[in-house]
Design a protein around this ligand. Structure first.
Ligand SMILES: [Zn+2]
Length: 404
């Protein structure tokens, strides 16, 4: 680390000066003054670099260091960010280093940037425990975003917590302008940068989420894309479906849903989060149909993607909806770049979150027979669409028996 190297050099200078004095060389008064100052600095640094006593203390310092370095990077890009304009995204709290939690980084990051969960400006991006921790600080005032990635070896070797982390503590440091308006008019330049993975391969998730929050994405949208770990039109369709159910098919007091995905895609992650219907709580099932399975559907059920059931708390009977999602013509230009095309569609749908009826279609209303639970239709080998009469009968390949 650079700080350690400086410290070593400074120690060597002090040592050398000591040897000189012993040999009887008189140093000029100015040099003695400088050396005294350096010695004081060293002593101060040693006093201020507290030993690491907990994962929380260490990662709180790393989160704070990431925030401070981000502000330096944003300033170098030509814009001193205002605290109220900042949005921070990180996978800290999910990612681990050598089995240690990185959660303390959230507090350090929030404290130094002023972002918070309550203001919807601190995004905790879902990740696997083995993913490398990273931080992104977006300044919606300038459109610039700083990105820092933790070097796991450096972080694991950290035994003291200095007042300020050395600038080279982070393995990857970058700053780029990523606001949608700028990207729209710099497509080729952006594509070339994207090939170099300027945010360590996290470009898609950071660019889509940061722009959505800057455009005022409501907390339900943020909860859904945090879990999905990126913001895409696919997860948008799930958010709109959840919005439709809330308005037109509410479960009633104390009630809950059972969701069956008969054509799963990104939307399932939004439905899991926003309806709190999960497989673990026996509220969600999914099957992945092949083309041949889809070909068996009756024309009416061709686009059905989810069956959603709710239970009447008094009669205990279940009713449901067979839903389809109708994609809209957004008018977004086809740039030939998946990130930019999806970003444009994301922001288009974001403006229409209060109109789920425009996109969510009820193909059929369902009434389960008395005593039948939707879980009964999620058993191995049972196809709920067959139970609902939405599949064509299998054509028998056996020749018809004579006389039959
Ligand atoms: Zn997705």
């Amino acid at each position: 680390m650079r700080l350690a190297a400086v410290e070593e050099r400074m120690s060597a200078m002090v040592e050398t000066s000591g040897r000189r004095r012993l040999r009887g060389y008189a140093l000029p008064a100015v040099s003695v003054g400088i050396l005294a100052l350096l010695t004081l600095c060293l002593a101060w640094r040693n006093l201020s670099a507290a030993p690491v006593t907990s994962d929380y203390q260490k990662w709180e310092a790393i989160g704070k260091g990431a925030a401070e370095e981000s502000l330096v990077l944003l300033k170098k890009a030509g814009h001193a960010a205002r605290k109220g304009d900042l949005i921070a995204l990180t996978n800290a709290g999910h990612a681990e280093i050598n089995g240690a939690s990185t959660e303390g980084a959230l507090d350090g990051l929030a404290h130094a940037t002023g972002v918070s969960r309550g203001r919807n400006t601190l995004v905790e991006v879902h990740a696997a425990t083995w993913d490398r921790p990273w931080f992104a600080v977006y300044d919606k005032g300038s459109g610039f975003c700083a990105y820092l990635e933790v070097n796991p070896v450096t972080a694991a070797a950290m035994t003291t917590v200095p007042k300020r982390l050395p600038a080279d503590f982070f393995g990857v440091c970058a700053v780029e302008r990523i606001d949608a308006k700028h990207l729209e008019s710099h497509v080729d330049e952006f594509k070339a940068k994207l090939d170099k993975k300027f945010f360590g391969g996290n470009e898609f998730r950071i660019v889509t989420m940061a722009n959505a929050i800057a455009e005022g994405a409501p907390v339900s949208v943020v909860r859904a894309f945090e879990f999905h770990d990126h913001y895409c039109p696919g997860v948008t369709s799930g958010i709109l479906m959840a919005g439709y159910l809330k308005k037109h098919f509410a479960p009633g007091a104390g009630g809950h849903y059972f969701v069956y995905a008969v054509d799963p895609w990104c939307k399932e992650d939004a439905l899991l989060v926003l309806l709190n219907a999960t497989p673990g709580k026996r509220g969600y099932a999914a099957t992945y149909p092949a083309d041949a399975d889809k070909a068996r559907r009756v024309p009416e059920a061709k686009d059905v993607c989810n069956l959603v059931f709710r239970q009447n708390p008094e009669t205990k009977q279940w009713d449901g909806l067979a839903l389809a999602f109708q994609w809209a013509e957004t008018g977004c230009p086809k740039t030939g770049n998946g990130l930019l095309d999806r970003l444009c569609a994301d922001l288009w749908y974001l403006k229409r979150m209060d109109r789920p009826e425009d996109f969510v279609k009820v193909v059929k209303t369902l009434e389960l027979p008395e005593g039948v639970n939707p879980k009964d239709w999620a058993r191995p080998g049972v196809d709920p669409l067959e139970q609902l009469g939405l599949l064509q009968p299998v054509q028998s390949s056996e020749p018809a028996a004579a006389g039959s």
